[in-house]
Design a protein around this ligand. Sequence first.
Ligand code: ADP
Length: 583
Amino acid sequence: MKVFLQLMWYFKQEKWRYLGGISMLAFVSLGLLVPPKVVGLIVDHIEEGTMTEAMLWKYGALLISIAIGIYVLRYIWRILIFGAAVKLAMLLRNRLYEHFTKKSQEFYHKRRVGDLMAHSTNDLQAIQQTAGDGVLTLVDSLMMGGFTLIAMASTISWKLTLVSLLPLPIMAWATNKYGTMLHKRFHSAQEAFSTLNDKVQESISGTRVIKAFGQEKDDIDSFTKLSRDAVKKNLAVARIDSLFDPTISLIIGFSFFLAVGYGSVLVTRDELTIGELVSFTSYLGLLIWPMLAFGWLFNIVERGRASYDRVETLLAVKEEIENTGSIESIPQGDISFQLKKFSYASGSTILQEIYFTLKHGQTLGIVGKTGSGKTTLCKLLLREFDLNKGDITLDDHDICDYQLNALRAAIGYVPQDHFLFSATIAENIAFAKVNAAFSEIKEAAVLASIHKDISQFKYGYETVVGERGVTLSGGQKQRISIARALITNPEILILDDSLSAVDAKTEESILQHLKVKRQNQTTIITAHRLSSIAHCDLILVLENGTIAQRGTHNSLVHEDGWYKETYERQALETLISEGGVIK
Ligand code: ADP
């Protein structure tokens, strides 16, 4: 029952709904006590030969009015209590979603998407059931059960009541035992569902790779394995689940046996009338639901608790990046790196001794082998991972002194793995500036050299980009991502290997546009192709996370090292691909 305490904050918040619903449930329970009593009285009148037509009408009218009253009250309490439960699920879903949107990259590195989705679906459903059916079964089993017992003991026979309830402790013991087993099994069934969810999500996203490598059979096999595991764990839950009803029915059957047996003895001893025995057995019939509800309650509560614990654990994951900065103004874009060392939470040092400064209006080029730390360096500027004070300063203030939103709004970041939403091209470009005028969207597209391509599409800027932009080429997607970053005219623009899929001519035109447009703003470009960064004011060559060479293109081509070698190799490749002659 701990979950009810855990959910107390919500019950308090929605107290009027719950109090209203519970009072109606109480009236329904009281109303249900009347018909058995009336039937008993009728039986006795018939047996004694005292029944009149007027009495029959009176009893009939009473029964019908009670039925109508119960009908109305049942309708309203359902709306009140189940409505509150749906609202709780919505509230938690929104809370989870907000939590997800605030989480850093580290959070998503550690968790699987399918698992997060399972929390937002299955677990919330179990919690919703606790706040709805759970409350209903708790209140009903206590109230309906309590009222019926009082009616049986006080208006008929306390002796008969005691005897018929003898089997009840067995039920309490059994439901408690089943509840504990159910909790464990349900937890592992939810875990299995999370894993299965994750598999489906990954396979659908990666379907092209799976097909390209002819791995369909292996993929289906591994899905089948996970699916079997989920079924096995859910069957284990069902096995306990299915014990509740038969156990309770058996115990109730036993109660009936005792009631009818001992009741007949009381009737023969004239301690009870036949009408009272009829009423008593009807009351015992009324007890079936509260008892079933009691068993069911354990079941619901155990599932709710397992799910609430899972959701709470997820919500309790603290923000790794503390948003304690206060500066709201957007930095001008003077950057200074005085970074001694940076390593990811998972281990070894990724960057060390990165010292450089960049004035606004300058362009920085970062090159180096894959894995040398280029992306990590860019992400540090976005504060995706936390640093020591003084490691990076922007306009003479530590990066941590800026409000996270202000900082990120001032930076236009085009990541390597560009992602387009299933929306129109215009909406994708205007993502960070929702109210952008069409002229602004177009200007950004022109700067990113994608305007011509878009104009050739049948629906132009209104062309809907498919799931993850499947209808566009890699280069087109890259350029739309660049336009998306340019539309806000950010103080700092980071192109993280974002020109890799465009041809040399387009690359040149984009770089030329940027040079003119961003004269007074800072630009950082990481690349594999040296032509992307040759024009930069400062070029850093990273090797194993540290600066191996620095300078301008002109100085670096005359210096022995990675830059010169790569430049010569790439020049050769260009010559060969253009069919030129090496002199
Ligand atoms: P580059 O952009 O030059 O290819 P990266 O900055 O992406 O290099 O990666 C540098 C190193 O950091 C690599 O060894 C990579 O495996 C590691 N790395 C990147 N991201 C993470 C992360 N989130 N957690 C742990 N290690 C990471």
